[in-house]
Design a binder for this molecule. Sequence first.
Ligand SMILES: [Zn+2]
Length: 82
Amino acid sequence: MDRQKFTKAYGRYTKRENTADMFKEFDATQLYCPRCKQAVPVRKRLLLVLPEGDKYEYLCAFCLETVGTKMDRNGAQNSIIV
Ligand SMILES: [Zn+2]
């Protein structure tokens, strides 16, 4: 039987799944929090939906202080078409 081969393949698959999960959870890299006075993991929160894009806010995972915002622009391509 090639049980060993199967286990190997399965192990590799699981590893890749875990990596994907990690990227989903830690969308942004760590940012500096002025209240914690250190780089902290952040939570992404949708702040505003505007015609030119979505505005996200990054919150400190520990104290929920806003540590940054990000604009995901999706209107750039539309303006080219118009
Ligand atoms: Zn903080």
